[in-house]
Design a protein around this ligand. Structure first.
Ligand code: SF4
Length: 425
């Protein structure tokens, strides 16, 4: 049994990547952890079910692996979102600590389907984690689930209601990651702004303040914050971001520039509140990276409502706009609404993408010739490396070492990154 080679393939968000770190650690203790699916006996697919396109891709992949004679364990969100009969065994995100037993049973010819709903504090499993060592980035989950009931979202079926992990464990995990040489800590969850809102006496700002006290040269990237929760703790949050250890990066998904659409999405905030959050950060900090998400073609989205999304993007000028074409997910209220033709969604996606690229270029142009201190976090393509300014702007460099800080001058740009040269200081 211990000769069995197991490979993990991860899809989707950083929460899933953190879950894979835990499963990798458990698997390594009992089996051979493989880095090549071709050379493995069992493949664990840590799946994502956020959009239909990814679902189809994963189901095709399961098919392909089965045809090659592999045993497949389906982990992650998809088992609770779609029919995934092709896999041999199933383990949901709240049962991931049992992945070793699932694999053990599969080797003995038994197929398990572990889908019991329960709350598990994954920060308790921090010591088991086996992180990928190829870069200087460590992902730390702070909670699972959310408090939302967004009309289009199936993730909540998989992850359930919000469960915040213990702050002392999270702080400990960050300390350990820093002592192991990781320099960028990515705090993640389905909604980091909701942290502690499940009846706890602490919130995200408190957590950031505690993490900022940890010694060492490292930076924290705070993951996605939903506007309705971020606004509840806005002043404290902006204060917490003043620490030099926190990247001035905010990911606030607005999803639409039209209040009617946001209401139909059941998202519980207004465009004005989104703008208020962004303005509060911009008032305090000279430079921040703003990332947002937009869904185009939500059922019933009129031309005028879509134009409102374009107007908002033009006004707020985010650095990153993640654009998703609406796709109905089984069991969600939005799946019962009238879907619109694909060609309209495609056209709206194209228009918004062009606009976002134009704004990205304009934003990045302003940095040309400026000098920054950056942290190199990982290898890029060919002989390049990715580094980050304090405001998390990506700067591509050559001839540097991951994990180190450098002074650089920005010499070139595209819509989504800057190119720099190291300067002596
Ligand atoms: S907040 Fe909304 S979009 Fe996010 S996981 Fe929860 S239900 Fe889904």
């Amino acid at each position: 049994m211990e000769n069995c080679r197991v490979y993990i393939e991860t899809y989707g968000c950083t929460s899933n990547q953190a879950d894979s770190d835990i499963m990798r650690g458990i698997i390594k203790r009992r089996f051979i952890l493989s880095d090549d699916s071709e050379k493995s006996d069992i493949v664990v697919i840590n799946s994502c079910g956020v959009v239909e396109h990814t679902e189809r891709k994963i189901l095709r992949r399961i098919d392909e692996l089965k045809k090659k004679g592999k045993k497949v364990v389906l982990a992650g969100c998809l088992p609770r979102i779609a029919d995934a009969n092709g896999a041999d065994s199933i383990v949901t995100p709240d049962n991931l600590e049992l992945i070793g037993d699932v694999i053990g049973a599969l080797i003995d010819g038994k197929r398990l389907n572990l889908d019991r709903r329960k709350k598990i504090d994954k920060s308790e499993l921090r010591c088991i984690k086996e992180r990928l060592k190829e870069n200087k980035i460590a992902i730390v989950s702070i909670s699972d689930g959310c408090l939302g009931s967004c009309a289009y979202c199936a993730t909540r079926f998989a992850r359930g209601r919000l469960f915040s992990f213990k702050p002392e464990n999270i702080v400990e995990e960050v300390k350990e990651a820093v002592s192991q040489g990781f320099k960028e800590i990515q705090l993640t969850s389905q909604d980091t702004a909701a942290y502690g809102f499940d009846g706890r006496s602490y919130n995200l700002a408190d957590l950031l303040n505690e993490i900022s006290k940890i010694e060492g040269e490292f930076r924290v990237r705070v993951g996605m914050m939903n506007p309705n929760n971020a606004i509840e703790i806005l002043d404290e949050l902006v204060d917490a971001f003043k620490s030099e250890k926190i990247f001035k990066f905010i990911h606030i998904p607005v999803q639409s520039g039209d209040n009617g659409v946001i209401e139909r999405m059941n998202r519980n905030y207004t465009v004005e509140e989104f703008i208020e959050i962004v303005s509060a950060f911009r008032r305090e900090f000279d430079d921040i990276t703003l990332s947002t998400d937009i869904i185009v073609g939500f059922p019933g989205e009129t031309d005028e409502e879509f134009t409102e999304s374009c107007r908002l993007i033009e006004k707020v000028k985010p650095d990153i706009v993640n654009i998703t074409r609406f796709s109905p997910r089984k069991g969600t209220p939005a799946s019962k609404m009238k879907d619109m033709p694909d060609r309209i969604k495609k056209e709206r996606s194209r228009i918004l993408t062009e606009l976002a690229m134009k704004i990205g270029e304009e934003n990045n142009k302003n940095h040309t010739g400026k000098e920054y201190r950056v942290l190199v976090t990982k290898r890029g393509k060919k002989d390049t490396f990715l580094s980050r300014t304090d405001s998390y702007r990506p700067v591509i460099l050559k001839g540097v070492e991951p994990g180190k800080f450098y002074h650089v001058r920005i010499v070139d740009f595209t819509f989504n990154y800057l190119r720099g040269k190291v300067v002596e200081k």
